[in-house]
Design a protein around this ligand. Structure first.
Ligand SMILES: *[C@@H]1O[C@H](CO)[C@@H](O)[C@H](O)[C@H]1NC(C)=O
Length: 380
């Protein structure tokens, strides 16, 4: 009897793994036309990105006990990877402040031409998040193309005090533009790469489209990008998520009225939607939420991206669902690649018994690809 039970248990586990393995292959797509003198995107991927191309490596088998989107996403929040950033406060032209967390410090190692990766986090996120630290470590320690890493924390996020009444929103890319411009001026010989997570990925994508052929970035990678914010919108307004919004974290500053916020109006808000309408939309220059969310759709900017661009998305991501992914736009622009996994959740992508992030090698490889094929090398 015991033997029988063990046999059944083993069979169940085996079937489970066979299933997970069978559906773990990473799909990737790109436009067929030739993109650059360095070769088409297909040739570049074949040379530089084994983690996407090699059938044995291009698998995202989810951690056995983290097999749903929510488990992946929540568990990844509980993980910890310790690195010490060097913080620099960056005052923007309108008087607002973002913080730049460098790893290692801007002056600590490397030559003047050491590549720099400039990251943007998700809504109300920060450089301390597990995936941000892992990417920082991975690109800084890469043997082939070691980089400096810097994470831009949004206004009011990651213990960055609000220094004027302007908030970060989902549409305006000018903070990131100012930071990238300043870094390019400070390190004129260094190729600069963009990495974005979640909302940061959406802003990065929008920025790339706005800059088009004159973009200062050499290449960029978007992870769990919500391409269509009208699809994501319900999640933002759900009560459980509201605590993550910068508003909640900066309540003290905002309600003190010191920065010119209308504290009473905000105090009387009944819902997150109210706060958004009064507090974000007005400052961002929009009359209605619809107008705001439409303007925030980064999908509309993909056709104008002029540098190598990789987006990594999971099909079971509930926060940025697959309905929002603009497959046609990726097929039409030879600079863009879309890598899709079956599992991974939102910013999860945890694989192995001891959970680790699957896409770290892919990020490092794509940086190496960009260093060869990107604009600064004069090839694209
Ligand atoms: C974006 O924000 C900056 C800084 O506050 C502001 O100067 C600019 O006008 C905004 N852009 C748009 C399109 O609203």
């Amino acid at each position: 009897m015991l033997h029988f039970l063990i046999l059944v248990a083993v069979a169940v586990v085996a079937v489970y793994f066979a299933n997970r393995f069978a559906e773990s292959a990473v799909e990737y797509g790109y436009a067929k036309s030739v993109g650059s003198r360095a070769g088409s995107m297909r040739q570049l991927l074949n040379t530089y990105c084994p983690s996407l191309v090699d059938k044995r490596l291009a698998r995202m088998v989810p951690t056995p006990f983290l097999y749903t989107c929510m488990m992946q996403s929540l568990y990844s929040h509980s993980l910890f990877s310790n690195i010490k950033y060097n913080r620099e406060l960056f005052v923007l032209s309108d008087g607002g402040t973002v913080s730049l967390d460098w790893y290692p410090g801007p002056d600590s190692f490397g030559g003047r031409s050491t590549p720099i990766v400039v990251a943007m986090t998700g809504i109300a996120g920060g450089s301390k998040e597990y995936h941000v630290r892992c990417v920082a470590k991975r690109v800084a320690c890469d043997r082939a193309t070691p980089c400096r890493f810097v994470c831009m924390n949004f206004r009011g996020c990651a213990r960055t005090l609000l220094t004027n009444r302007r908030q970060n929103d989902a549409v305006n890319t000018s903070d990131y533009r100012e930071v990238v411009n300043s870094i390019c001026e400070r390190f004129p010989e260094a190729p600069v790469f963009g990495v974005g997570f979640s909302l940061g990925a959406s802003l990065l994508t929008k920025y790339l489209g706005e800059e088009g052929d004159t973009c200062k970035l050499t290449a960029a990678i978007a992870i769990s990008c919500p391409f269509d914010l009208t699809v994501v919108r319900r999640m933002f307004n759900a009560k459980t998520y509201s605590q993550y919004l910068p508003f909640e974290r900066n309540k003290d500053v905002i309600l003190s009225g010191d920065q010119g916020f209308d504290a009473d109006t905000i105090r009387n808000c009944q819902s997150m939607a109210d706060v958004e309408r009064i507090f974000i939309l007005k400052d961002a220059g929009f009359k209605t939420s619809d107008e705001y969310y439409n303007a925030a759709c980064s999908a509309n900017y993909i056709d104008r991206i002029g540098v190598p661009y990789l987006s990594i998305n999971s099909l079971d991501d509930q926060i940025t669902p697959v309905q929002g992914i603009p497959f046609d736009k990726f097929k039409a622009n030879p600079n863009t690649v879309l890598a899709l996994t079956e599992h991974g959740g939102h910013l999860g992508f945890l694989t192995g018994w001891q959970p680790r992030i699957w896409y770290l090698d892919t990020v490092a490889e794509f940086v190496a690809l960009g260093a060869v094929a990107g604009r600064k090398s004069g090839v694209l």
